[in-house]
Design a protein around this ligand. Sequence first.
Ligand code: THU
Length: 137
Amino acid sequence: MTDSQTLVDAARQIAQQSYSPYSKFAVGAAILWDDATLSVGVNVENASYPLSVCAERSAVSAGIADGKRRIVKVAVWADVDDVIAPCGACRQVLYEFCGGEAASVEVILAGRQQVRSTSLDVLLPDAFGPESLAQPQ
Ligand code: THU
């Protein structure tokens, strides 16, 4: 089982590839999938600012393109003293791939001085997801 430190290290390392010339706020994310493989992502900004994509969603896209469907653990790293937590859009996108078990997805928030562990159900309570659509009328 990939430990949390390995995941944080992967997020920190990949953050160096962040394309963030506008915010100058580099973020890296690493996802552990249920087949024990990792995907990583960075924030990718755009001159048309709203088109920017967060590191977490980049990491999800990389894993999905690689055939993964179920997230076990996520690490998010930003070059800050404390930590940052995923934005609302990313929480929703992560939820899509938790198999309806948000409590089972650990989310590790890491910065220069701090590491904090939480879970997707805490970050996104009462989520709307695939199982909501599957409810009979
Ligand atoms: N950002 C992320 O990549 N992940 C987060 O969890 C929060 C924010 C990015 C988006 C943008 O490129 C920059 O950080 C500043 O908001």
